[in-house]
Ligand binder design. Structure first.
Ligand SMILES: [Mg+2]
Length: 125
């Protein structure tokens, strides 16, 4: 069992992800943007952070940078469906280059998410 932080500005994604991770046996906190997520990260220990990219206040790439500075060993999964002028694959490749352990396109494939969470928590590179 792991303690996981989910950050996404879409409430239904937070809800679905939280339910999924609870069923998988983890404990979960969620935040509606990067600023709220970083605040929670400062208050609690998390084994894994799953973050969206395109969000108000602090976006997912900024979250990734901040988390790496706060805790170099923190494991991070980045998910994105892009935005009007932002290509999904470009955002995900950028997140990967910035040190994300796994990147997943949206809409989420829960089978791929399940594998990603298991592998990242097991320390699979
Ligand atoms: Mg978003």
């Amino acid at each position: 069992m792991a303690h996981i932080l989910v950050i996404d500005d879409a409430p239904h994604i937070c809800t679905v992800l939280t339910k999924f991770l609870l069923i998988e046996g983890h404990s979960v906190d969620s935040a509606e943007n990067g600023a709220a997520g970083l605040k929670l990260f400062d208050l609690n220990h998390y084994d894994l952070v799953i973050t969206d990219v395109v969000m108000p206040k602090i976006d997912g790439l900024e979250v990734l940078t901040a988390l790496k500075q706060k805790a170099a060993t923190v494991r991070i999964i980045v998910m994105s469906g892009g935005a009007a002028r932002l290509d999904t694959q470009l955002l995900l490749r950028t997140a990967q280059a910035m040190g994300a352990d796994r990147v997943l396109p949206k809409p989420l494939d829960f089978w791929k998410l399940q594998i990603a969470v298991k592998e990242v928590l097991a320390g699979v590179q």
